[in-house]
Every structure is written in C-alpha cells, then in structure tokens.
Design a protein around this ligand. Structure first.
Ligand code: SAH
Length: 246
C-alpha cells in the first residue's frame, strides 16, 4: 500500500530541501517522489542531506505541471499552512493518514507540498480533494518544507502500522475516478455551461471554482461521474437537435 503513495513537491527552490524531504519519506517507508517544475537541481547538497535516501531524490520523476503529476491519482490532498484562505474540505493530519491507507489500497494517492516561500497557489489547491493543515502555533505556523513532509509521512506510517496489526477496516468503499477523468469532467461541464449560456465569458472561473468545490466536497464515485458525463452528453445532444429543428 505504501508504494501507492506519491509525495509531490511543487516548485521547490532549495536542493537541500529535496534531500531532507527524501530522507523524511524513506524513514517512513515512502519512496515515490515527484517534483513539479523544480526551481533547482538534485545536486550534491541534496544527496548529502538525503543521506541514505539519496535514491529517493535521484529517482524522483520530474514533470511540468501539478495536473500531470496527479492524473493517475484517486485521492489528492494538498498540504497548506493557510487553511482559511479557501474554504475547502479539510483533514486533520491523523485523518489524512487513515484516508491514505484506506484509499491507497485501491489506487494511487498523492500528498502535495508547496513552494518554500509562497506555498501552493489557489489554482493548485483547487485541484485537491482535501487540504491538510498541521495545527502548528497560530502565531508561527509555517513549517520547513521537509518537516511538513516528515509530519504527514509519519501520520501515514502510523495509520499503515495500525492497519497492518489490527482489524483496521479493509476498504469496501466504491471506486473513485482518477484525477484525469475528473479534469475531463470539469472541462466537459464548462463547455456545456458555456453553450447553454449558464456562464458568461467575463466570469468563468468564479462559477467553475464553485463547482469544483461542490464536487470535491461530494467526492464523486466512478459511477456517479459516469452518470454526470452522460447527463452532459444528453444536454449537448438535445441542444444540437434544437439547433437543427430551428
Ligand atoms: N510561506 C508559505 C509556507 C511554505 S512552507 C505559505 O504561506 O504557504 C512549504 C510547504 O510546507 C507548504 O506549501 C506546505 O505544503 C507545507 N507546510 C508548511 N507548514 C505547514 C502546516 N502548518 N500545515 C500543512 N502544511 C505545511
């Protein structure tokens, strides 16, 4: 199950942080690191701070966008110190660990960390199903990137050990769609909302962000997503028939 966990670092600018994050992961049994548009190279400093976990940093997959990094994932959680800027479904670190263990039995699950200076953008946070916030000192709540990776990786490990040794519920939940399918649904929805003139050209993002929040909260299952795609296709067909008969 732990091999299904992806740790995604977005726009990291300090090579040492990649090394420390790799070490934080490997001691907790996590090995899949993805770097989204890194602002530095994996270098000597990375390897030195990674110590025995240099392989994790060395083998990290590098991609250009967060969308690419999460397209095969059934669960995406964004880690953010600023929990209140966007109202989004939230998880405590402990719940986050459990969720990863439950859903990681069925498919790839990802935890996303932001840039050292500016964290994750709102757009990136809106690509996540949940946000997790480490309840730190409210007057100084921003952890060093690798420390945040350590804290969440530890929670995943604790949940994993619990699941291994106890009667932790074996997952019987419905299948969730991969992120790529969810993104295709949003694109389809946006297209239909334009063509039916529900949204206007001047404020497209506002409405789509609200829909993203709604569907993130609902946590669409595969079958529900298929049904909604069917509804959109039916609307498209009926509006094109109307056009023909006019
Ligand atoms: N100044 C940035 C913080 C960046 S710290 C900001 O205001 O967002 C780098 C990354 O570590 C963050 O993007 C986040 O993924 C993680 N992080 C740091 N502190 C955290 C906290 N208290 N809870 C959850 N994630 C945290």
């Amino acid at each position: 199950m732990l091999e299904n966990v992806k740790v995604i670092l977005v726009g990291t600018s300090h090579p040492g942080n990649i090394g420390s994050a790799a070490r934080a992961m490997k001691v907790m049994g996590l090995t899949e690191m993805v770097l989204v548009a890194p602002q530095c190279q994996v270098d000597e400093q990375t390897r030195s701070l990674a110590s025995g976990a240099a392989d994790v940093a060395q083998n990290a997959v590098v991609v250009e966008t967060l969308e690419e990094a999460i397209e095969d994932c059934v669960l995406v959680v964004g880690s953010s110190a600023r929990s209140r800027t966007l109202e989004w479904p939230m998880l405590e670190p402990r719940e986050c660990g459990k969720k990863f263990v439950e859903e990681g039995q069925k498919g790839k699950v990802a935890i996303v960390f932001g840039r050292e200076r500016t964290g994750l953008t709102n757009e990136e946070l809106q690509m996540c199903h949940f946000h997790v916030c480490i309840p730190a000192n409210p007057e100084y709540s921003s952890l060093n990137l690798a420390m945040a990776v350590q804290t969440i990786s530890y929670e995943i490990r604790v949940a994993f050990l619990d699941w291994q040794t106890s009667a932790y519920p074996q997952s019987e939940q419905e299948a969730y769609p991969r992120n790529k399918e969810l993104e295709m649904f949003y694109q389809h929805l946006e297209k239909v909302l334009y063509s039916t003139q529900f949204i206007s050209k001047d404020k497209p993002n506002l409405v789509m962000n609200k829909f993203r929040r709604l569907f993130s909260r609902a946590r669409l299952e595969q079958q529900e997503l298929n049904m909604l795609r069917g509804v959109l296709t039916a609307i498209e067909k009926s509006t094109s028939n109307d056009d023909k008969s006019n």
